[in-house]
Design a protein around this ligand. Structure first.
Ligand SMILES: [Zn+2]
Length: 132
């Protein structure tokens, strides 16, 4: 069960310390632009635990982008009937960069969530705070 609770906290972008408070303000695709909160509203955990800590999320975001570009590129290849001629280069560029633009909010949010939940050994889950 704890694995399921951790997965739910990651999908819902909750604090890795208490799994209750939100990491971001705003919505994923809304007019209220999402921003990372400084501290958790529920337990007070500071999210940027060191100055410039979220620069490391760039590497996570890069890996996510490469995976998305490969997936979209392969899907374009399959749905265009396996067309790999030079004339189809613009089709691939257009589809891949449109996909990158549309997925940018997801990359921003989940690169930081993955960094905080999986790649930050300083932040540990504490069940004491996981109460309403
Ligand atoms: Zn918290």
């Amino acid at each position: 069960m704890p694995k399921t609770a951790k997965f739910r906290a990651i999908v819902q972008a909750k604090c890795p310390h208490c799994r209750r408070g939100d990491i971001f303000t705003g919505t994923l695709y809304g007019f209220d632009v999402q921003r990372t909160k400084e501290n958790c509203d529920h337990c007070g955990q500071r999210f940027e635990i060191e100055p410039g800590y979220f620069y490391a999320a760039m590497y996570v975001s890069y890996a996510m982008n490469v995976a998305e570009m490969l997936t979209v590129g392969i899907a374009t290849y399959v749905f265009s009937g396996g067309n790999l001629e030079f004339e189809s280069l613009w089709l691939y560029l257009l589809v891949i960069f449109t996909g990158c633009l549309l997925l940018a909010p997801i990359n921003y949010r989940y690169s930081r969530v993955i960094l905080l939940h999986w790649l930050s050994p300083k932040i540990k889950y504490d069940p004491e705070y996981d109460k309403p």
